[in-house]
Unconditional design. Structure first.
Length: 92
């Protein structure tokens, strides 16, 4: 989720863009804008940068392990096993 300071800054910028007659209600507008922004962002199910980076590292490690396992399976499938060579030699 966004930092509360960022929400405050966004709410303040929004309230400053209002006409001067409405600026009398600036604090109330900031408060309501902050609540509305926080609610909207919470519905978006956003994650922090730290959470994203941690999941990216987990994904990278998982990909490396998957690639290593795929290479190992390909090597094992490519090499002749005892079942592949034994029946042919026994039938000759």
């Amino acid at each position: 989720m966004l930092d509360p300071k960022q929400l405050d800054d966004m709410a303040k910028r929004f309230s400053e863009s209002l006409p001067s007659g409405v600026r009398d209600f600036q604090q109330e507008v900031e408060k309501n804008a902050r609540v509305a922004l926080q609610s909207a962002f919470s519905r978006m199910e956003l994650v922090t940068r730290e959470e994203f980076d941690a999941q990216a590292k987990v994904l990278a490690r998982t990909r490396e392990r998957l690639e290593a396992l795929e290479a190992r399976v390909a090597q094992l499938e490519g090499s002749p096993g005892p079942e592949d060579s034994t029946p042919e030699k026994a039938g000759e």
